[in-house]
Ligand binder design. Sequence first.
Ligand code: G6P
Length: 369
Amino acid sequence: ASIEKGGYEHFMLKEIYEQPKAIYDTFRGRLLPDQNMIKMGGLFEYKEKFLNANRIIIVGCGTSWHAGLVGEYLFEDLARIPVEVEYASEFRYRNPVITDQDVVIAISQSGETADTLAAIKLAKEHGATIFGICNVVGSSIARETHAGAYTHAGPEIGVASTKAFTAQVTVLSLLAIEIAKMKGTLSETRYHELLEELNGIPKKMEAMLQSDSKVREISERFKDATNCLYLGRGYNFPVALEGALKLKEISYIHAEGYPAAEMKHGPIALIDENMPVFVIAPRNGQYDKIVSNIQEVKARNGKIVAIVSEGDTEIAKMSDFTLEIPDSSEAFSPLLTTVPLQLLSYHIAVMRGCNVDQPRNLAKSVTVE
Ligand code: G6P
């Protein structure tokens, strides 16, 4: 078993470290910055459907649903297509309005999640075009879709999803950028810049993974917390949700993710000197707004751990701890900000003696409804 783990103590840690490769493998042969193009067979075949879509509906569960939320920001921001992101289980039981003008993107690591599979069957009956983003080749969901693009993250063994998430976000980025180009909502220059930048993400991630001593120090400090709050805005709001989910899943600490500005409508009541608040605050995402959210937490003696861009000093001064990520466009920041939060959850769970790869009550793929 230790050989399978490639020298890592757990599959989850191995899979966190495999992310630069998972992303690279996912865009290899598709992202071609030198030729200034993106090549995706599944997309080109159904190009007209995407271009004429009234809206895109993204369905998934768990971490895949969070990737879908990042997709919502990408498609609306870059391609100007309205998007709805749905929990597969809610969508199917709601008598949803679906037409043959809709494109449904189903996201699933395993390709076997029962609710997601049932949701796409329903959408198909109503004439929608179904595009799959799965990691497992030949899985039930992959077979049920009209077209799709696999994530090439390799097998994910740890129950808590890590590399599948960043690989899903990578596929969504490729799709959104290419559809935006076809729709003419992106300038030629910006298109090229985005291709170059996405191409550079695995290197940036690699650099971030070099040292996790700071993450360990923070984990040590907060391992006995009973509640944690995760805040983010814009593209990093889904990352806040995912950060909280990861902590809950493997450390059994209660955690909530919230849009930073929405904190004042509830969670702020919980903040005291015992409450760690993880704030995702890269330079490119509504920076000034998040600075004032941090001040609101500080004023109530909350403990701030901020994920900031390299060289940030302003937020660093207000925070108890900071973790730096390389600079990027806001659109790609989730690929970077997610990583330190995964590591934090991992180390906290290990320090608490939890079974990281197989947390209690959870299954890698939920094939029952
Ligand atoms: C389970 C797993 C999660 C996963 C979710 C959706 O809850 O524990 O890690 O995100 O199912 O799985 P899928 O295979 O459809 O992405």
